[in-house]
Design a binder for this molecule. Structure first.
Ligand SMILES: NC(=O)c1ccc[n+]([C@@H]2O[C@H](COP(=O)([O-])OP(=O)(O)OC[C@H]3O[C@@H](n4cnc5c(N)ncnc54)[C@H](OP(=O)(O)O)[C@@H]3O)[C@@H](O)[C@H]2O)c1
Length: 228
């Protein structure tokens, strides 16, 4: 298959990482079509973009739209928005897992997930524990290729105000001058860098599971060129 006939699917395209990634997927020359599963319309139009408004509780109904080579998953929520651990688990774990299973059945070649630093199914913290659980469930699916990126604090402009992230962002920016370039990403990474790295990682002839730290992403993103 030539590069320009490949198709990608993205979920979470309205989010901080997802919106950066969607732009790269559309501007790059790797895909002829980019399918975005959304809850409400994105405010962009592009000849390669196929927006599909879906009910994430019924992903199976949209399996015909999953006939793609690469799936990019940037879904996620916060406990404040989800309002319960059960709801957060559904969004952060069940939706990505269901999507991966259904896309595998349709012949997907590569699943690229935004997880989080310190994801660990045995963690005592709910957030890192569910991220770890998702990673383990995905590994158990034996996908042709699974790439997991584990960002540190995401940096970038959000419309929504998140107090904790704002404080961490401020602290990171105040102290960044003291950090060596090689360790900066461990503390904070631009959403755009994560998105570029995901695009770069999808290009690798990956097999099995590969996990990328924020520092790995920073170095991969430097080499990624989006040809328009
Ligand atoms: N924030 C950090 O510092 C940080 C650090 C490490 C890892 N992460 C992880 O990185 C990933 C991406 O983070 P982000 O900050 O880019 O995310 P974000 O800006 O919060 O965007 C989340 C995306 O998920 C979608 N979503 C949320 N609830 C949904 C639902 N019920 N049904 C369907 N879609 C839903 C949103 O769509 P709508 O527009 O429809 O709501 C949006 O597109 C997340 O998994 C996050 O946990 C975050």
């Amino acid at each position: 298959m030539t590069l320009d006939t490949k198709k990608a699917l993205i979920v979470g395209a309205s989010g901080l990482v997802g919106s950066e990634l969607l732009q790269i997927l559309l501007e790059g020359d790797r895909y002829s079509e980019v399918v975005a599963f959304v809850r409400s319309p994105l405010s962009i139009t592009h000849h390669k973009l196929k927006e599909v408004t879906v009910d994430f509780d019924k992903l199976v109904d949209y399996q015909n739209e999953m006939d793609v080579q690469d799936v990019y998953c940037c879904l996620g929520t916060t406990i404040k928005k989800a309002q319960s651990q059960e709801n957060m688990f559904k969004i952060d774990v069940q939706y990505p897992l269901t999507l991966a299973k259904l896309a595998k059945e349709k012949g997907m070649e590569h699943f690229i997930l935004v997880s989080a630093m310190k994801a660990n199914s045995k963690s005592k913290f709910f957030y890192t524990r569910i991220k770890g659980e998702l990673e383990e469930h995905l590994k158990a699916l034996s996908l042709p290729a699974l790439s997991i990126v584990q960002p540190s604090l995401l940096l970038g402009e959000r419309e929504e105000f998140r107090f904790g992230e704002k404080v961490a962002d401020w602290a990171f920016k105040s102290l960044a001058w003291m950090l060596k370039d090689s360790t900066k990403a461990k503390w904070g990474i631009e959403a755009k860098t994560v998105a570029s790295a995901m695009y770069g990682i999808a290009q690798l002839k990956a097999q099995g599971t590969n996990v990328y730290s924020a520092q790995d992403m920073a170095s991969i993103a430097k080499k990624v060129q989006v040809s328009i």
